[in-house]
Ligand binder design. Structure first.
Ligand SMILES: Cc1ncc(COP(=O)(O)O)c(C=O)c1O
Length: 400
């Protein structure tokens, strides 16, 4: 409903269609119901101890004041080194690195920095829920590129080429992907970057799940491909998913120097710096690399086991198909054959079987539901049993 005091800009923002089920799941849980939750977009692990210690030590040591807007110099330097040595961004300098209050804000900053009113932003569908709204906040126009199960939930370089017009400013790629878990093979990325370079289109590469890869999947940072690639790619990542630090609110952004400088000014006038003592925790993850990698490997092993079990269980249900995704901690089964909208499916599943999943509509899909396997093994077993029951009994067809 429109309100005379609200700006046009804020009225353009859509509330998340996924919230209704989420709110209901929380309500049921609070009422003591045994809800199997597959909704979480965050690891169910605690932050590794040595990172927590470093944050606590920073607090006790008086690191409670403002930090420079683009981030602590030592953290920016450690991140630049990580990007050079682990991601192959050969010339990455600390001045190109911004530390922000979350990967989400890094995406927002990147889009704000490069998108003019009327610019077109190419967005593969299914997409992470926040991108279209961020594009609209920049007064840009999302141009949706279908990326369904046939192509492993990935867009091809050819699709990108065909969608480019003289208004195209930016392509957003998110690999490993939320909500599908898809990972782009290096060759696809190479081809897509070539098209962007040729057409002078910028690329926002959201690599927040870069460390959560399974099976044969490999991560490639597009900015590492060439000097030209480094001129057109803005790389977003962060600490939330890799190190189970969602509540710390720490994201990163690597951009060409002039763009990074402009973004630092934008951040200085909006949020100032990301929380100072939290940045010291993040620094420990980069300075104590072996410990950090060991902690991540431990979480990855658990996620992978759950991924394979959930995949097997979903594929055993008649009417559900599931692409064997190899990244992040999501599976995105296709329920198209059941002939029901994902939002109705999700609502009925929660009401009848107390299983919470996220409906595809919020990600631009009318055939998928997202299940996060960042949840206990028992929840996966119990949830699969209930889901199988629900589909077998036709419960998805009508509200109880
Ligand atoms: C694709 C993607 N990008 C960015 C983010 C933002 O992460 P953060 O919690 O660091 O803001 C998320 C979080 O769900 C995500 O799924």
């Amino acid at each position: 409903m429109s309100n005379p005091y609200l700006s046009e800009r804020i009225q353009r923002i859509q509330p998340s269609p996924t919230l209704a089920v989420d709110a209901r799941a929380k309500e049921l849980k609070a009422a003591g119901e045994d809800v199997c939750g597959f909704g979480a977009g965050e690891p169910d692990f605690g932050t590794p101890d040595f990172i927590v210690e470093a944050g606590v030590e920073a607090l006790r040591g008086g690191k409670t004041r403002y930090a420079p807007a683009p981030g602590l110099p030592e953290l920016r330097a450690a991140l630049a080194r990580k990007y050079r040595e682990e991601n192959g961004l050969a010339g990455c300098e600390p001045a190109q690195v911004i530390v922000s209050p979350g990967g989400k804000y890094s995406c927002f900053l990147a889009i704000q920095a490069v998108c003019n009113p009327g610019d077109e932003v190419l967005l593969p569908v299914p997409y992470w829920v926040s991108y279209p709204e961020m594009i609209r906040l920049s007064e840009g126009t999302p141009v949706l590129l279908p990326a369904g199960p046939e192509s492993g939930y990935r867009v091809t370089a050819e699709q990108v080429r065909e969608a480019i017009t003289d208004r195209t400013r930016l392509l957003i790629l998110n690999s490993p992907n939320n909500p599908t878990g898809a990972v782009y093979p290096p060759e696809w990325i190479r081809e897509i970057v070539e098209v962007c370079a040729e057409k002078d289109v910028l690329l926002l590469s959201d690599e927040i799940y870069e460390d959560l890869l399974y099976g044969e999947a490999e991560h490639l940072s597009p900015a590492s491909l060439s000097d030209r690639a480094a001129e057109i790619v803005l790389t977003v990542a962060g600490f939330s998913k890799t190190y189970a630090m969602t509540g710390w609110r720490l994201g990163t952004l690597v951009a060409p120097p002039a763009i990074a400088k402009a973004i630092a000014s934008y951040q200085s006038q909006t949020t100032s710096n990301a929380t100072t003592f939290a940045q010291y925790g993040a620094l420990a993850a980069l300075e104590q690399r072996d410990r950090a990698k060991e902690a991540v490997a431990g979480m990855r092993e658990v996620f992978d086991r759950r991924r394979l079990r959930l995949l097997e269980g979903l594929r055993a249900i008649d009417g559900i198909e599931c692409f064997p995704s190899e990244g992040a901690f999501y599976l995105f089964p296709d329920i198209g054959a059941l002939g029901v909208a994902p939002a109705d499916f999700a609502r009925r599943l929660l009401d009848q079987q107390l299983v919470a999943v996220v409906a595809g509509e919020g990600f631009g899909s009318d055939r998928g539901i997202r299940l996060s396997y960042a949840t206990a093994d028992e929840t996966i077993e119990k949830g699969l049993e209930r889901l199988a029951n629900f589909v077998r009994s036709g419960g998805y067809r009508a509200d109880s």
